[in-house]
Design a protein around this ligand. Structure first.
Ligand code: FAD
Length: 388
């Protein structure tokens, strides 16, 4: 069983989704992932991205008129299910950035820019990253106009795909307002200052990028200024957060299946662990969570596929799915006793992956802030009778 078998999503799956599901199940194997990583247990190489492109796993959700497979958000979820089995959330995060974040920026960008980059993103010759996190609020990355160019200065932290990427969708302050600029990494002044060692999500690199007097043509601005920028930013991030929520939901089911088996087999004090009320109630609560988590993912997926942009709902969903999966992973480690502390333990490994999802796509605290502000704003509009 998986979230894709839940009633509402199962009904939306087309023959093309089913075909992708079967194909991806065979393609994404532990052996293939191991062959893609360098060093062992490290991030994906550039060659892996080309193989992903050649095999048709890049641009799955993108409409066909832009060169994608046209399978929508549901297609990304189908792909996410197959990739999730590999047990490392780095690869799905890296693929979401390539498939959804980068492609979405380019779909809405100037056609010349799109033609320059999109085909190479789809065949994996080019990898993208989203460079967003500044060292602090007082140290924003800036872009200053100079003739027909922009000059970019600043640093970005913890960027997924940052080392392997050739193209950075970089959030800058331009003319005092936030903007997104596509910066190619081979320009003078762009430097990978650090590739972080990290707890989980290791199949994608995380890097610190530095930009020192980097010149790019002003035509590289993919989004800037005003309400339009805000809406586009929200759309891109909502897509990413939805997929992160779905990643957590997939891990939740895997953890619950495994711990249910384990607690049924492991006997302590004359009965299985699962037969002690304290444990059976805990497992029942996590099962109840799974019902809500999968229903939320199915509902959000259907809404996104129908063209809606439920920004606060998806922020709340990401918060809930990640919180509950983290709590379950920690409980699984406890139930497995000392074994749950040993590095080879699958629950501990999942916990390490899930910790990354607490920050990826925006922190859990930020998800609550978005939810709170958006619902408060909607309530004000409704009271004032403003159409939305
Ligand atoms: C696995 C992973 C993948 C990532 N991928 C990317 C990526 O691809 N690109 C990228 O640019 N960044 C990426 N990040 C970075 C991530 O987006 C940030 O770490 C996250 O947004 C938090 O920002 P920060 O690290 O600067 O922490 P801080 O901003 O210092 O925040 C620290 C903590 O304080 C909380 N906090 C902040 N402000 C407030 C407040 N006003 N009130 C209460 N609490 C507050 C935050 O929610 C957070 O929990 C990734 C991080 C991880 C772990």
């Amino acid at each position: 069983m998986s979230v894709l078998e839940s009633g509402s999503l199962a009904a939306l799956l087309t023959p093309a989704h089913h075909a992708l599901r079967e194909r991806a199940r065979d393609f994404f194997t532990d052996a293939r992932l191991a062959g893609w990583r360098e060093p062992a247990n490290g991030p994906l190489t550039g060659r892996a991205w080309r193989e992903l492109g050649e095999a048709g796993y890049l641009g799955v959700s993108l409409p066909t008129e832009f060169g994608g497979a046209g399978l929508g958000v549901l297609g990304s979820l189908v792909l996410g299910e197959a990739v999730s089995r590999l047990g490392d959330v780095g690869l799905p995060l890296g693929m979401h950035v390539q498939n959804e974040v980068a492609c979405q920026w380019l779909v809405d960008a100037d056609p010349v820019l799109r033609a320059e980059f999109l085909p190479r993103l789809l065949d994996g010759r080019l990898v993208a990253c989203q460079a967003d996190t500044d060292p602090s609020a007082d140290e924003p990355t800036t872009a200053v106009r100079d003739g027909d160019d922009l000059v970019v200065n600043g640093a970005k932290l913890f960027v997924i795909n940052g080392a392997v990427a050739g193209l950075c969708f970089t959030r800058v302050l331009l003319d005092g307002s936030p903007a997104i600029v596509a910066v190619d990494k081979d320009r003078p002044g762009v430097r990978v200052a650090e590739v972080y060692d990290k707890l989980g999500t290791r199949s994608a690199d995380s890097a610190r990028l530095e930009f020192t007097d980097v010149r790019v043509p002003a035509t590289r601005v993919v989004s800037s200024g005003g309400v339009g920028r805000h809406l586009r930013w929200n759309r891109v991030m909502t897509l990413l957060r939805f997929l992160i929520a779905a990643d957590a939901a997939l891990v939740h089911r895997r953890l619950l299946d495994r711990v249910t088996r384990y607690a049924g087999e492991r006997a302590l004090g004359g009965r299985p662990l699962a037969a002690w009320p304290v444990n059976s109630h805990a497992l029942a609560r996590f099962r109840a969570d799974l019902e809500l988590v999968e229903a939320g993912v199915a509902r959000a997926c259907a809404r996104l596929d129908a063209g809606a942009w439920p920004v606060p709902e998806v922020a709340a969903l990401k918060w809930f799915c990640v919180e509950r999966a983290c709590a379950l992973a920690a409980a699984c480690c406890d139930l497995e006793g000392g074994a749950g502390y040993m590095w080879g333990n699958p629950s501990l490994r999942d916990l390490a992956q899930l910790r990354g999802l607490r920050m990826a796509g925006g922190s859990q605290t930020t998800m609550l802030t978005i939810t709170n502000h958006s619902f408060a704003a909607r309530a004000e509009w409704d009271t004032a009778g403003v159409a939305r």
